[in-house]
Design a protein around this ligand. Structure first.
Ligand code: SAH
Length: 389
């Protein structure tokens, strides 16, 4: 059975976007699986197909393939290839091994936490391939264990069951991970995403480099989750205020502080918007502030409202910073393009009457690469800003 696209769907694939919407597909099979994809003029390649998903076609191979399964597994080999050195030399690190579309393995994420692998396969066609995926990951990486963390709500949109199951080896409830000098515990089955926000790892390490030896005194980590930015700041500051609206997140942050012997963190459970406003009113001053909010724009339609929310927290943070202070600020919304993010920051700086210099313009860590033709793969914007006056 072949899957035939409309001219619009075919044009998208020719422009090397791997996703084709249901409305751009002419004929769909009844069952999810791996199928050859055709345009009005002939074959285009191979895809993971799910007739029940809005994104019905996810290309993993462009052009002809004698053996499409071999092509799929070759993509896995290539994904592991450029990460293998880090996996080998940093056994205690957190590392993304497979980043879905950007590795031409659509819907598949594999993260390593101190060599315990967490798999999230959110495309239906992966389900019958999990056994082989497990064998291949074991052969290539010899991990301590592999967990399928298939609990995300997106699975329901794919018509998939939600479950968490050990695929191989031993997967303890918690694993200790190292990130530079920081240690943290990851609750593999229960944490956010695959357990932690590995996409910000390189930015956390970078911020620590900027702060080291600067003689800064006070830090503020807002939207802190398990406190990782704060833990990188703690050794270099007198005190760091750690803020999150989730008590569960703060409990993790407290445990991590203990693990690192960081006694200079203060924890506050609060809504960031209220807390920043109150701090501004009280005339507080910080030398370094981190803003790492959740995706405010879940849909394209939310973009304007999300930008207003991003502006509000950034404006207040800029007002709270002492001259010479640093703001590390991020947006992980797919639907907020980088240009809009920087325009929002400029407008916040103008309204705060601060001269702000951009020291770093970054995105996700090196193990989350992006595809030029797939803007969705570049979701994380991260700016390191310095308030001059
Ligand atoms: N900086 C973290 C990841 C942050 S995830 C890291 O590097 O690992 C975003 C966090 O924002 C979540 O922990 C969530 O509980 C918190 N959050 C969401 N809305 C919030 C709000 N309005 N006020 C404060 N925290 C909020």
């Amino acid at each position: 059975m072949k899957v035939v696209l409309t001219p619009r769907g075919a044009a998208r694939v020719l422009a090397r976007h791997p996703w084709v919407w249901q409305s751009d597909v002419r004929t769909l099979p009844d069952e999810p699986g791996i199928y050859p994809i055709y345009g009005p003029r002939g074959p285009l390649g191979w895809a993971l197909v799910n007739p029940r998903s809005l994104i019905s076609v996810r290309m993993f191979h462009f052009g002809p393939a004698d053996d499409p399964m071999a092509a799929l597994w070759r993509n896995l080999e290539r994904a592991l290839e450029f990460r293998q050195a880090a996996y080998a030399t940093e056994p205690a690190a957190g590392l993304r091994l497979v980043y879905a579309e950007a590795d031409l393995l659509p819907g598949l994420a594999v993260d390593s936490y101190a060599r315990h692998l967490v798999v999230q396969a959110h495309a239906a066609a992966w389900e019958p391939l999990l056994g082989e995926l497990t064998l291949r990951l074991e052969a290539a990486l010899e991990p301590a264990g592999i967990l399928a963390k298939h609990d995300a709500p997106v699975r329901e949109r794919e018509g998939l069951e939600r479950y968490v199951r050990t695929l191989a080896g031993r997967v303890p409830e918690r694993v200790e991970v190292r990130e530079g000098a920081v240690r943290y515990r990851v609750a593999l089955a229960r944490g956010q995403k695959t357990g932690a926000f590995l996409d910000q790892r390189d930015n956390r390490l970078l911020l620590e480099d900027y702060v080291r030896g600067r003689g800064f005194r006070r830090g503020l980590d807002v939207f802190a989750y398990e406190g990782l930015f704060a833990l990188h700041l703690a050794p270099h500051l007198e005190a760091v205020d750690v803020v999150d609206s989730s008590a569960a997140a703060l409990a993790l942050a407290r445990e991590n502080a203990e693990l690192n012997g960081a006694a200079n963190l203060n924890f506050t459970e609060a809504n960031a918007f209220d807390l920043l406003r109150a701090k501004e009113r009280a005339g507080e001053r910080y030398d370094v502030i981190v803003l790492d909010p959740p995706a405010f724009a879940a849909r394209k339609a939310d973009r304007e409202r999300a930008l207003a929310a991003y502006k509000e927290v950034n404006l207040r943070a800029l007002k709270l910073l002492a001259p010479g202070g640093l703001l590390a600020t991020a947006s992980c919304s797919h639907h907020v393009p980088e240009a809009d993010f920087y325009a929002m920051l400029a407008s916040a700086a103008a309204d705060a009457h601060r001269v702000v210099r951009v020291r770093e313009r970054r995105g996700q860590g090196w193990d989350h690469p992006t595809l030029l033709t797939v803007p969705e793969t570049h979701y994380l914007k991260f700016a390191l800003l310095e308030v001059l006056t």
